[in-house]
Ligand binder design. Structure first.
Ligand code: IPD
Ligand code: CA
Ligand code: CA
Length: 256
């Protein structure tokens, strides 16, 4: 058994524990603050979850590197790196909407080798190990077989600086919307990619993302037979993804 199988099992166990706490805290008033804009929120549970996970990792794997949304880089002397978004979909979480998740990707020597996306409210655990397929609650998943773009349901999102930077995805949205079957803005990149992986959506694109938003979701998507392109741009990561049929058709509509 590879080391990262054990790491993934730990990540799942710790995420389920943290997810229970996230659900518990939804019952009471929540402390939150704004970051880059009024709607870019960090709740006390983003901070709590990240601390909980990084402390567990440090205890079990003291040398490992960690890249986390709230804390940044935790340097270490190892070829292993954990990429963590403690709550992806914080706006949903803060509003009581169920589409939020804990996302953990594991890299070895720069390659993503394992990842999990856990949605506590939906009780869904998506996971993948490189070369081993993708799973939702332990059942194998694959991307959809939709062939025609005008039947495809495609997800996207809009950056937090949408009100101040005209590069806010609206041009792509306007080009794509008339050509596709339906559009969804679910509000969590990690789960969005997972929805494409399990065939509920046929494609997904977004701009200005960070590695913690997509690290685990991308592996899950690719292991489910999906295709993705990630371009590192000045303002963040630009991602287009989909089933092998829908991906090229979606890509043809996007000019960056
Ligand atoms: C955000 C979500 C959202 C996407 C944003 C991300 P956060 O992550 O994934 O769907 O549109 O670009 O930053 O802030 O909830 O962790
Ligand atoms: Ca995120
Ligand atoms: Ca987050």
């Amino acid at each position: 058994m590879k080391v990262w199988n054990e790491m993934l099992e730990h990540a799942k166990t710790w995420s389920i524990e943290a997810g229970d706490k996230q659900l518990e805290r939804l019952e009471g008033p929540m402390h939150m603050e704004s970051k880059s804009s009024a709607i870019d929120l960090v709740t006390e549970m983003d901070v709590w979850t990240e601390k909980f996970l990084t402390e567990k990792i440090k205890k079990h794997y003291p040398d490992h590197v960690m890249r986390t949304e709230e804390g940044g880089m935790h340097e270490g002397n190892s070829d292993f790196e954990w990429i963590i978004d403690p709550i992806d979909g914080t706006v949903n979480y803060a509003h009581g909407l169920p589409h939020f998740s804990i996302s953990i990707g594991i890299r070895f020597k720069g390659t993503t080798v394992a990842g999990m996306v856990y949605a506590p409210k939906l009780q869904e655990m998506y996971e993948a190990i490189k070369g081993g397929g993708a799973y939702l609650n332990e059942k194998a998943i694959t991307v959809s077989e939709t062939k025609a773009l005008d039947r495809a349901v495609v997800g996207t999102g809009f950056p937090y600086d949408k009100g101040t930077d005209p590069d806010n995805n609206l041009t792509h949205f306007n080009n794509i919307l008339p050509k596709i079957g339906g559009i969804r803005r679910l509000g969590g990149a990690a789960l969005d990619l997972s929805q494409v992986a399990c065939g509920r959506m046929d494609g997904y694109w977004e701009i200005k993302l960070n590695s913690w938003d997509i690290e685990a979701g991308l592996l899950i998507l690719e292991e489910a037979g999906g295709v993705a392109e990630v371009v590192k741009e000045e303002k963040g990561l630009f991602v287009i993804s989909g089933s092998p049929e829908i991906f090229p058709q979606l890509k043809a509509l996007i000019e960056r």
